[in-house]
Design a binder for this molecule. Sequence first.
Ligand code: DGL
Length: 273
Amino acid sequence: MEKAKPIGVFDSGIGGLTVVRKLSSTLPNENIVYFGDTARVPYGSKSNETVIEYSIQNTKFLIEKNVKAVVVACNTASSVAIPELRKRFSIPIIEMINPGATAALKATRNNKIGVIGTRATINNKAYSKEIKKFNENVEVFEVACPLFVPLAEEGWIDHKATYEIAEEYLKPFKEFGIDTLVLGCTHYPILAKVIQEVIGDDVMLIDSGVASSEIVRAEIDRIGLTTNSNTLGNQNFYVSDLPIKFKEIAELFLGREIKNVQKVDVEHLVSLG
Ligand code: DGL
């Protein structure tokens, strides 16, 4: 029974779908419950206290859906809320920063790593702290790219405006001479084509969601809760606002039809405390 429980995933909006996409190929037989807090996106421009409060509510919501583990598919929440979540909840909580930092350290050849993320993730220096824990000699250059989140939420994955904004944000990296760039926000892989074109093919992009799905696999295996099922897992989506728009953008991004998008009232989340 325990093994059949779904894996819970949350993000402020559609960004965590980049993690779901990877999870469905790494663990195809697992059921997934996704929560996108579309009524309260963006998290990246909010205070740490607010992001922690929302993260607790989102985790409680997923636990209410009977999940066996929670994937915090949001770098912003991962950079501020993990200690509090791990203190309060006994189920495994998987975050994005360590897997992304580890993958970047493996990839870099010249020890110059760039990181892009939300204002909160960059101001908290989440990636540079994590990277320097393992290697103090690596230089880390961090730039906040807050406009990428609404562009991704709008589905402007190939738009002229997205190119122009990317040119502006990524300009400083040309001087730094980085060879690796961490997409330190789960929304950014949605814009990966534009980001890669603007930064150039000689810079390797690191998707923290891809790196974290291996950790999810190892973690549920470690606690002995890998599903026994041989059939394709099902996925249920919950959002706190505009399910129709979420469905449209999610389908554009995932490249397949998604069913089961349900709205959750913010009042319900708040009542969970
Ligand atoms: N996708 C989230 C992240 O990884 C949050 C973006 C936002 O809500 O600002 O940081």
